[in-house]
Write a protein that binds this ligand. Structure first.
Ligand SMILES: Nc1ncnc2c1ncn2[C@@H]1O[C@H](COP(=O)(O)OP(=O)(O)O)[C@@H](O)[C@H]1O
Ligand SMILES: [Mg+2]
Length: 334
């Protein structure tokens, strides 16, 4: 489906992740997904460069003395030009070190959304605020909503963990625990009959694993990220030192996640009396390595987690679960 055909579509789900922006649209028989890297690189402005980019169909925005190449093409250009990739978001929120962040997210969103029909509904994911970062969430959410409204959408936000519940737990009437482990954050939501009862996030996820492993091994974080994405198994037997170190920080992330869940659930005051055990679903790019589900289950079982679970499973398509849930929310709002 081409983005320009989008104008007949009444609703879209958008996942604004630290690493990638994912769009979900209704489709027959299943929703359609598209993603772009939430990243850009800067090249010096010249009329010649601009002409070449335009002719090659490479997406860019001009800003003063710079041209920003954004989305998936930014990775190719970073390689070609040996330039550093920059990110409009960091740790789940708009990157305060990038003043043009909203402009770039808008440009990347346009690649995915195409032409916007008046009052087309879009539901977009926002993280829960990690402890002490509540103000960031207010600014992040308001800026993205304003951006989408200005593009012509009718925009609503949805908590990322709740979107995972909407995307995966229709069978239990949206009762259960949804978890998304991405680049910047792990987000958790427990919902009861579609109502969010408890949401939170921890600031340890894929980027934390890469940068921590890089710091102690002297390797570049990007090399570790590629190793992790291409050939890493979480099975306790590691073929080399780098895998071993990645395994250590993976364990650390899972323990922090489980500890956060345990404390949040023990302290929750409005917990409904659950008539039966509830399901838990894991999603996000950081849930992809083989063995992740088993490792998570083992650490959770050892922790004394207080809520009885009927199952712990991986989402059907972990990279698009949040966008799918945002679309489910958007469609229920028509
Ligand atoms: N196959 C994989 N194995 C391990 N980690 C992966 C894999 N694919 C992506 N990741 C990691 O997942 C994270 C991004 O997850 P994603 O859900 O796309 O993130 P975000 O919500 O931050 O945009 C990154 O840290 C990336 O390195
Ligand atoms: Mg995400």
């Amino acid at each position: 489906m081409k983005p320009t055909e989008n104008h007949q579509i009444p609703a879209i789900g958008l996942d604004f992740g630290t690493s990638r922006i994912v769009a979900a649209r209704p489709g027959d028989p299943a929703p359609q997904f598209e993603s772009q890297l939430n990243a850009f690189i800067s090249v010096p402005f010249s009329r010649m460069t601009e002409k070449v980019l335009r002719e090659q169909g490479v997406p860019y925005v001009a800003a003063g003395a710079e041209l920003f190449v954004h989305g998936n093409e930014s990775a190719r250009f970073a390689d070609l030009l040996n330039a550093e990739i920059r990110r409009p978001m960091t740790r789940g929120f708009l990157n305060p070190g990038e003043p043009e962040s909203v402009k770039l997210i808008e440009a990347i969103t346009r690649l995915l959304a195409g032409k916007v029909d008046k009052k087309q509904k879009v539901w977009f994911s926002v993280p829960a605020a990690p402890a002490g970062a509540g103000e960031n969430l207010i600014y992040h959410e308001a800026s993205l909503k304003q951006m989408l409204d200005d593009m012509g959408f009718e925009a609503h936000s949805i908590n990322e963990g709740l979107a995972v519940v909407y995307g995966e737990l229709e069978a239990t009437n949206y009762t259960g625990i949804g978890i998304s482990c991405g680049g910047g954050l792990c987000n958790v939501c427990m919902a009861y009959l579609s109502v969010p009862i408890l949401t939170f996030a921890i600031p340890k996820a894929g980027d934390y694993i890469d940068s921590s492993a890089a710091a102690v091994t002297g390797e570049r974080a990007n090399r570790l990220r590629l190793l992790k994405e291409e050939s890493f198994f979480l099975n306790g037997h590691y073929p080399g030192k780098l895998q071993h170190v990645l395994g250590l920080y993976y364990d650390d992330m899972i323990r922090a996640l489980v500890q956060g869940m345990k404390e949040a659930f023990e302290q929750a005051r409005n917990m409904p009396k659950l008539p039966r055990p509830i399901p838990l679903v894991l999603s996000g790019g950081s849930a992809l390595p083989k063995g992740f589900r088993d490792r998570f289950e083992k650490i959770l079982n050892e922790s004394g987690f207080p809520v009885p679970l009927s199952e712990i499973r991986l989402a059907a398509e972990p990279l698009v679960t949040t966008a799918k849930g945002a679309l489910v929310a958007a469609l229920s709002d028509l």
